[in-house]
Ligand binder design. Sequence first.
Ligand SMILES: Cc1ncc(COP(=O)(O)O)c(C=O)c1O
Length: 445
Amino acid sequence: MAERQVLFLSGAHGEALAVERAEGAYLYTRDGRKLLDGSGGAIVVNIGQGRSELADLARAQLLDLNYVLPLWVSPARERLVARLARWTPAGIDRFFFTSGGSESVESALKFAFLYHRVRGNSGKTKVISRDLSYHGNTLGALSASGNRARRADFEHVLFDWPRIPPSYCYRCPWGRSYPGCGLECAQALERVIAQHGAERIAAFIAEPMVGASGGVLPPVPEYWPRIAEICRRNDIVLIADEVMTGFGRTGKRFAVEHWGVMPDIIVGGKGLTGGYVPMGMIAVGERLFEVCEQAKADFMFFTYSAHPLACAIADRVLEIMEREQLVEHAAAIGSHLGARLNAELGGHPMTGEIRGAGLFWGVEIVADRAARRPFAPALHAARKVLSAAMERGLILYPAAGMAGVGGGDAIMIAPPFVIGEAEVEFIAATLRQCFDTVRRTLPSA
Ligand SMILES: Cc1ncc(COP(=O)(O)O)c(C=O)c1O
């Protein structure tokens, strides 16, 4: 079997699809099926697939210039940087480019350490992050990740950094309810800083809305402003990991805009190029950058940093989003999708909570709605819903483990921004059928 030689898949995502081609939001398989990609791959394909203008651009770029030392400038990089500066919040407009999300998180962490070191604070060596988080596959990024399953085999070599619970009212670890909760989830940051000493903490990193580790967890409105204030007061670099949420996914260009929060560093990947070529980036705030620049600090590049092809594609992907007003469309069609999910699934006995924004939705599923009791992990409830959806022509993304050691299952719905009402109807109606079918096969309350 040829695929045995190249894949490490455990089968966690079910059948390995043989995908031959794609167009817009649809995939076409070797065995003749047409599937709606309801999660844009790993929540990557924001502008849809198969755009010929990007293929033409790629050809032209490769003929002009296919590689340049990252220290030098290329016209494609100049264009991208100018455009990105209009996308990121004002004052966060110094960029460093990588080949993906993990490298970008790694770079953000390194930049935070560097920023403190050049100011004589070499003791700031720890990073605070959150449970139910994923920041990437490399050792630094995985050390900051709270995703139990993905850490499990590597715990023994990861950095020993502290974590706090995320803002997740449905399963509040303090058993409190919003808004009378005193925002324990944000205060937890204050407590952990005091415990370790602010002089030891370099950065706090979090996803503005948790992605695949929680099944989409938007925080309460006061959460991010409070977190930002705590970080600022303690001289801690605030890193917003927008690898999944960035570039329009939540209906804003960056998710931090929902709360008007200014992080020190924004991390991006996925939607930056929409899956056309690999690329990630960090956007660093002027304040941090100037300190490092004045100290003449060096920051080693990756061989493929600011690759001309990636820069050209990213610039055009962002231009397409502007031209077609895809972020605005994601906000509008996304709120319709949310309403339809609520209408079809809101009262279903298997639905725990429906949450999200823009085209970033999660449905947590439970065995017992009243008790919020998850299905036993061995039942693989989310995977069963995914398989049922796949049989009906719909691809979705799983999330598991948000209920702690007791399990927890959620389905993520994050289609490309080019979907219309027909796709929304199909997703909502198909999920309803899948919930009905799967519930009959699972032991419940
Ligand atoms: C929030 C977040 N950060 C970082 C990463 C890692 O990105 P990559 O897989 O491109 O290395 C991911 C991947 O899913 C992610 O969702």
